[in-house]
Every structure is written in structure tokens, then in C-alpha cells.
Design a protein around this ligand. Sequence first.
Ligand code: PA5
Length: 452
Amino acid sequence: MHRMKLDFNYAMEAFVKGGLDDSALENYREKARMGLSRLLKQVDEDKAGFANLPSQDTSAMKKYAKELSGKFNDLILIGIGGSSLGIETLCNALLPFGYNARNFAQRGASPRVWVADNVDPSKISSILHECEPADTFICVITKSGSTVETAANFNVIYEWLDDGVKDPKKHICTITDEKNGSLRKITDKEEFRSFVVPANVGGIFSVLSTVGLLPAAILGIDIDKLLEGAATVAKDQYEKVITLSSIYMYFMDQGKNINVLMPYSSRLSSFADWYCQLWGESLGKRTDVNGKEILFGSTPVKAVGAIDQHSQVQLFKEGPEDKVVTFIEVLKHEKDKKIMAEYDDYGYLEGHSLGELCNIELLATEAALKNTGKPSVKISIDSLDEFTLGHLFMLWQYVVPVIGLANDIDPFDQPGVEEGKNYAYGLLDKEGYSDMKSKFEEIFVKRDDFII
Ligand code: PA5
């Protein structure tokens, strides 16, 4: 049974001027195969652990989720970036809208869920305002154990918990590296219950590790089905990985340096956020693996259909020829609603459904872009569930490093975020960062006449 299809008609010269012809497609497929073989070598060498996650043992996570079941009204997840975007995506796609407004029974005895990612005081205060310490369980998620936002939010939330319950330990679990980092030290000292993020799984690629799966299991999401869907990418012989990465590489080489992901489903809105991190952090690199400056990358853009038809599509259609759009189509929307036209003016809607309208709008946008020579590809899934979401995650987790490795960059590091982090540590007077404070003071120079 094919639960996902890739349609690349409108990336092809046969339909869109400047698109791929058969020989370009074959050449770029060759390049993508080379990227894939480099990636699979890293997998074999145990360096790219994300690829082996579908075969991990999930029993300890499921057992723990069962132990917690029914005991807590709220789950606060503390983490940011790779440690929050994946679980946000899982919640957005697989829990109903308004989930937190449902009562305990309607939620199947699973807790409400709050993601404490940003150090935005109003967000954190509002989350704590909603929760009762005695009824709250907290997962602190940080692979490095040192991320400043996570450390700060954990401190604030721990104090709140400690003030409200006798034994805060019973309300906390950590998800972090097995050996390294401050949170591992704290976890061992305090004897917090803890789960390990595998050392060979990078933060951006961690959604299908304990980072995404443990909270998902606590929320009643079928984590085995997610992994089953993820496993199909390899089972399908990476056919879609090769084709999709070929198409993206071709258009990047043509100077189309904006890559738009546009699911036609609000349930995939957070998936597009997750993709932006994966694409941006993995592919935006100043140098290649030999240290040569190449300023590689293309800019990921999130759009959600049909909402962005009333916003960004004007630009996609009539603006610069610098984009390739990837649509995601959900063929059968859950809980679809028939439209009964209550007024004659809306008679044309009679008998259609909201899901059908959403998909018709996708076709219409696809046609309109094609008609102005703007390339697009379309991924169709038969419905959105754990299996297809797992497949989507894994597909992009392959496509992105294949592009990176085929272009001689390292898709698994993020040196570009270090400098800013280190200035912040310097400004916070963290031990060992005084030189960064001095460097900041030296370079952060502004002129008053440029401030009005
Ligand atoms: O790409 C990354 O690794 C980052 O986005 C991290 O996921 C983010 O900085 C959080 O890191 P950590 O899980 O170590 O707290």
C-alpha cells in the first residue's frame, strides 16, 4: 500500500520553463546517490544515528508513560530548538486542536501539554499560572545539558515546583546525554528519573529519539507507528530521497535559493517550523568540509495552505524567480465536514466538504504557479497519522543531509550559532567566557546618529 506519493511534474522542463529535463534529472540523481552513499557510510560508522532510530527498543518509554498515566493533569516540556520543535510537531499533528481545553476524560487521562521553549517571561508565567505543582509533571529535554534558555526555564520552573510539592523529584524526568553536560551531572546527583539521547543523534535529528518519543508516549501517541512509518524510507530503497534531493539541488544551482514548504493542513503547521530548523541549520554553511569558503545554503520558508494563499502566494506567483515550492497534500482529512450552503450566494459550495475545498485550493495554487513558470513538487499522503508523519520526518531527515554531503558540507554541525551563544555567556558573566565579554565590548560598536 502506498501511503505517500511524490509528484514532481511541475519541476520538469516538460511543464515549467527552466525545470529539469531527463538528462539533468539523471545527473542530479547521480549526485544525490553520491550524497546518499556518503550518508549511509556515516550511518554504518555509527555517526548518523538518526537513521537507526526506527529499530530502537521503545519498551522502557512506553512502560514509563504507562506508570505516569492518569497521575498528572499537566505536562510541561522544557527544551528549545531540536529539543522542542519535534514534539511541538507531534502535538500539532496528532492531538486535536483545543486539546488542552478538553477535560481529563476527553483527553483519555493524558495530561495537557505546555512547551516551555523561549525565555519569554509572559509565556512561562502564563504556563505556570495554568498549572498546579501537585498535578504537574516536567520533562527537561536538552542533549547538551547546557542550553541557556532551557537551564533558565528549568530553574524558574523548579523553584515553582519546589514551593508547591514535598518531593519535586517525583515530578521530574530528564532527557539528556548519557555521560556529558550539566543536566547529566544534576540528574545523577538528584537521582532524577532520566532517559538518554543517543550520542550519535544530533539535536536537529532527534525527534524520533527519546527527545520526541517519550513526551509523545506520555501523551498517548502511538510511537511504534511513528517508527514504522519512518522505517519505510529505507524500505522504499530511498527512491523519494534521491528524487527530492536531486530536484532541490538542481534548483539551488539555478539560483533558486528559497525553499518553501507549504502543507495544506493546519495540522502540519509546526512540521513546517521543524523543517525550517532542519533545513537552515544543516545546510547553511560558510565553508565546505575542506575549509573552503562557499557560503552554501538556501532559505527555508514556511507557508500553510490555504492560509498563505491570502498572504505569501502573491509573492510566490509574481515575485522573483528564486523559489521552489513543496506542497504537502493530505488526501483524506480527518473529521471532514460537509458544507451545506445556507445562502444562495454560496450555493456553489453545496455538497463539497472542507477537506475537499482545502485540496481543491492546493490544486488551484499548483496550477497557478505552474502557469507562471514557478516550479513546485507535491507530496501526497493518504491521511495524517503517526505512520505518515513518521515517514515525513524521516524523508526530510534523509533529503537534507544528502544535499549537504553531495555538496561537500557537513550537515551535522552548527558552528554558526556558537558565536552568539558565547557572547551571551560572556554577558551573563559565565565562568570561562570573560574573553567573549571583552570581544563583545570591542566589536559591538554603534553610532548614535544612526539611531533615531
Ligand atoms: O541544532 C541544534 O542542535 C539546536 O537547535 C539544539 O537542538 C538546541 O540548541 C537545543 O540543544 P540542546 O538539546 O542541547 O538543549
